[in-house]
Design a binder for this molecule. Structure first.
Ligand code: SF4
Length: 331
């Protein structure tokens, strides 16, 4: 049986089996089953730090990259203010809990759809923190023309000279054994007819993690080419992987070699077996172990739902769950 494999899914599985169940098995955007819908909303929910990054990603995807592709002249000062307005619309969407309105479909509200933990689960926040998010969004956009990518050349010039550029690529699919691998790439470009993959970042956390995500994207592009009849295989060094930190205005290139390729193939093969064992129609919440790691629980989007279900013998009642939320703010 084939299984959908993603790096984040494996990480979630390793962090907490029950969290994996909520995120990858239970969550469904359909409103027919209230618990499944709630798991979907919680899985999509973001804290302010994640949110400011996703605003800039979306703004690049919908506004900036299409302008670059059309070779338009860009005024980054104006664009930075536009990005803040874009963020403010998302904030109001979340604040008004419009995601709970069944008339509103995510596909029709792509640029505004947003669920913030400060509104959904009552995470405490200050106006100052929100203002700091807007400042960072402004700064990230203003930094774009200053970023140097490779050979001392500006990112913006490289993107303008590229054969083609595509933001938010999610349709490159390959099989590794029984695993279906379809990573999300912030930007895929062809420069000198060779692939270039860019991951936009707004923070500094585990750098090796960023590298691995980009290398999985590199593997997908490499392998897909092998499966394309009539085209010569890429050399490993043809595939360029860049992590671009928009807040710092810096970039970092990650390696892609045969050794890395083989290591990732082994990793996918091994971990997809774990996922396959826990995928199936007869799998229940009770089959999934809770973690003992309090740090994982503290940062878990499903914390309130998880606690509610433990208290209520794994039975969900939306009214009673919602009543429990304000009194159980995440600290
Ligand atoms: S709150 Fe803790 S135990 Fe529950 S799903 Fe999240 S990480 Fe797992």
């Amino acid at each position: 049986m084939s299984v959908k494999w993603a790096y984040t899914t494996v990480n979630t599985w390793r962090e907490c089996n029950r969290k994996y169940y909520f995120a990858s098995i239970l969550a469904n955007h359909n409103r027919k089953h209230l618990i499944r819908r709630k798991a979907y909303e919680l899985g999509t929910m973001q804290n302010l730090t994640m949110w400011k990054g996703s605003v800039v990603d979306k703004f690049l995807e919908l506004i900036i990259i299409p302008k670059i592709a059309e070779k338009q002249e860009l005024n980054f000062q104006n664009l930075s203010e536009q990005a803040v307005e874009f963020a403010q619309k998302q904030f109001r969407f979340s604040e008004n809990k419009l995601y709970q309105n069944p008339e509103i479909k995510k596909g029709n509200m792509e640029s505004e759809y947003c669920i913030l933990d400060i509104h959904e689960t009552g995470q405490p926040f200050t106006e100052q923190e929100v203002e700091e998010c807007y400042d960072d969004i402004r700064k990230a956009v203003i930094n774009i023309p200053e970023i140097i990518l490779m050979d001392g050349r500006y990112l913006i010039d490289i993107l303008k000279e590229a054969n083609w550029i595509k933001p938010n690529v999610e349709d490159r699919l390959v099989y590794v054994g029984n695993a279906i691998v379809k990573p999300q790439m912030d930007l895929l470009a062809s420069y000198d007819w060779k692939p270039m993959i860019i991951d936009w970042k707004m923070s500094d956390s585990m750098v090796s993690d960023y590298a691995r995500q980009l290398q999985i994207s590199g593997l997908t592009i490499y392998k897909k080419r092998l499966d394309t009849p009539g085209k010569p295989a890429y050399l490993f060094e043809d595939i360029k992987l860049f992590e671009v930190n928009l807040l710092k205005g810096s970039s970092k290139q990650h390696d892609f070699t045969e050794e890395i390729y083989n290591t990732i193939i082994d990793y996918i093969t091994l971990t997809s077996r774990d996922i396959a064992l826990m995928t199936g129609d007869d799998i229940e919440l009770e089959d999934f172990e809770l973690t003992n790691n309090q740090v994982s629980c503290k940062n878990c989007n499903f914390r309130l739902l998880c606690g509610y279900l433990i208290k209520n013998n794994n039975t969900y009642d939306e009214g009673s769950y919602l009543k429990s939320v304000p009194s159980r703010q995440l600290v």
